[in-house]
Design a protein around this ligand. Structure first.
Ligand SMILES: [Zn+2]
Length: 418
């Protein structure tokens, strides 16, 4: 009886095995087809030109060389050179060749031991080159082109011991990477307040032309650990704009108040030349004056750190807030300060002082400056980067993509990076 049961079961087991195999095979099928792709035989190229029967001559621009004299050495006639000079606009300025830059001549004939150039390529930079094509006897084709750029994905990690820069140097990373990181994390990480033990992990890319490194690409994603918090940069594209967000989809950037107080009118605008109300001579006014009643509260325009809180002869009682490595705002002529001192973190909207008329001032007003990379810009034309969070319509996609980036960044090991 038992034996019979087994015999009955066996066909079922076989059928099941066949089904499993069929399923496995069907699942594998697309992969197999993909691998059968015919690999086309590819002729190697140089400057977008297939290297068929050419003889190549490569040299660099020497002292006293002009494009015309160089080309003349490769059988290009004075008439052709003249034609090039006439064709060349600013974009193809023939005189703009630099000492030491390489050039390449493509030739297929030699007359009186002079190789005859059919194509002449001058390398403007590591990426850009100008191609002069003499193959058609009636016309000379000039084109400005770029070499293909390869992107290599890399990762970086480090623990802060003294400063970010020192950590970058110690780990063998480039200053460009440090700069890119300080820009990506400008609004969330206080780079002036990094402490020993703070750390970072970032995914980034480097750009290559052939095997020559030409610079840094983008920061792809990353995390900075500062003050006991993980500050994430998660990339996400919405409305065809790529921005960075934290892990819940808030923008990494902070907005600025349009005006840091409730004012009655603008008494003086940003100008490179205005009549100074006290000195009665033309001076710059790289700020905006907001008139307001004495004692009107003045707010921090955005989150930041108080870096100045003092009295100046011209400025009166004034405050400066550093928002990040790019932006600082300055507030002058206070009647009195708010409760925050130098070194204190303030949030947007915190009261930092009250309208007054201290210093060189003719009446109660706030003199407000916005500094961008150390330059005083027009606060009324200042358009800070947008700070919108991920739109609720895109939240599902954001959460999926975020998982990918977070896992990838978390997988970076401190001791495994270079
Ligand atoms: Zn002013």
């Amino acid at each position: 009886m038992k034996k019979k049961t087994i015999y009955i079961i066996i066909p079922f087991v076989l059928i099941a095995m066949v089904v499993v195999l069929v399923v496995m095979f069907t699942k594998q099928k697309p992969t197999i087809i993909e691998r059968k792709e015919i690999v086309e035989e590819k002729i190697p190229e140089l400057y977008g030109e297939p290297l068929t029967d050419w003889t190549l001559y490569t040299d660099t621009v020497r002292k006293g060389d002009f494009l015309g004299t160089i080309m003349g050495r490769y059988g290009i006639t004075p008439q052709q050179i003249d034609k090039i000079a006439k064709m060349s606009s600013d974009t193809f300025n023939v005189t703009l060749i630099n000492l030491g830059r390489p050039f390449t001549v493509f030739s297929d004939t030699v007359i009186d031991s002079i190789p005859q150039a059919k194509i002449f390529v001058y390398e403007n930079s590591a990426v850009r080159f100008t191609k002069y094509d003499f193959r058609n006897p009636d016309t000379i084709l000039i084109s400005k082109l770029e070499k293909p750029i390869d992107t290599v994905d890399l990762e970086a990690a480090g623990v802060i011991e003294y400063s970010l820069w020192q950590t970058m140097i110690d780990n063998g990373y480039s200053w460009e990477l440090a700069l890119a990181m300080s820009q990506t994390f400008a609004w969330t990480v206080d780079f002036y307040a990094l402490q020993p033990g703070d750390w970072f992990k970032v995914l980034y890319s480097e750009l290559y032309v052939g095997d020559k490194r030409i610079g840094i690409g983008d920061i792809k994603a990353g995390v900075f650990y500062q003050g006991g918090k993980e500050l994430w940069a998660v990339p996400f594209t919405q409305d065809s704009t790529l921005s960075f967000f934290d892990t819940v989809g808030n923008s990494m950037r902070k907005t600025f108040l349009l005006a840091p107080l409730e004012y009655t009118n603008i008494s003086s605008r940003y100008s490179h030349a205005r009549m100074h109300p006290i000195f009665h001579k033309v001076t710059e006014h790289l700020a905006v004056d907001f008139s307001a009643p004495m004692g009107t509260p003045v707010y921090a325009a955005s989150d930041g750190t108080i870096v100045t809180r003092t009295y100046g002869t011209g400025a009166g009682y004034y405050v400066a807030i550093r928002h990040n490595s790019v932006y600082t705002t300055v507030y002058m002529h206070f009647s009195r300060f708010g409760e925050y001192n130098v070194g204190d973190r303030v949030n947007q909207g915190d009261i930092i002082g009250y309208v007054g008329s201290t210093g060189w001032s003719t009446g109660p007003h706030l003199h407000y400056e916005v500094h961008e990379n150390g330059q005083k810009i027009d606060p009324l034309k200042f358009e800070p980067p947008p700070a919108e969070p991920v739109d609720s319509a895109h939240l599902e996609r954001f959460n999926e993509e975020k998982r990918f980036w977070i896992d990838k960044v978390n997988a970076i090991k401190m001791d495994e990076v270079k």
